[in-house]
Unconditional design. Structure first.
Length: 162
């Protein structure tokens, strides 16, 4: 594996994602422990997109999602399936973009500074593994470009860890 990624911060978000996609394969190593790959994945996303205040995983165990590797401030450790944005995304198995967290019924505020959010479910062979949660301190930080590229990045991650 390579232990560095290089992202030109002058690029558009789309080009930053394209740049990251080209490097993520060699950053993640299927011989490494899952926790190591998940950790570097969150670091790579945080390094790529400065609009992000928090990025991390919630992993499914029974009907509970527990906090996995992340970058950002300390966060809640357990979320019930169906609760908050993470629980809803996990239950419905679809990516959810929340432009204003104040307008999302049941949003779980781990950080009062967080203003918008995107959550991507991680599904491998029809089985839900967990979700990737990405937060920003700006409203409307995430759009279809983030959805498209975060989903692509997650599918590469899943191939590496299973
Ligand atoms: N806001 C999330 C909870 C996790 S924190 O943002 C890290 C939610 O509503 O599910």
């Amino acid at each position: 594996m390579t232990e560095n990624i290089f992202i030109d911060q002058n690029l558009s978000d789309k080009d930053k994602y394209t740049n990251l996609l080209a490097q993520i394969e060699s950053l993640l190593d299927q011989n490494d422990a899952n926790v190591s790959n998940l950790s570097n994945f969150t670091a790579a996303i945080a390094q790529t997109l400065k609009k992000i205040s928090w990025v991390g995983f919630y992993i499914l165990n029974g009907d509970n999602l527990f906090l996995g590797p992340f970058q950002g401030k300390v966060a809640c450790t357990n979320i019930k399936l169906g609760q908050g944005v993470c629980g809803k995304s996990a239950l419905e198995r679809k990516t959810i973009i929340v432009p204003d967290v104040n307008l999302f019924p049941g949003h779980i505020a781990c950080d009062s500074e967080s203003k918008s959010e995107i959550v991507v479910p991680l599904i491998i062979e029809d089985r839900l593994y967990g979700v990737l949660d990405v937060d920003s301190n700006s409203f409307n930080a995430f759009d279809q470009t983030d959805k498209e590229y975060l989903e692509k990045l997650c599918s590469i991650l899943l191939k590496k860890i299973f």
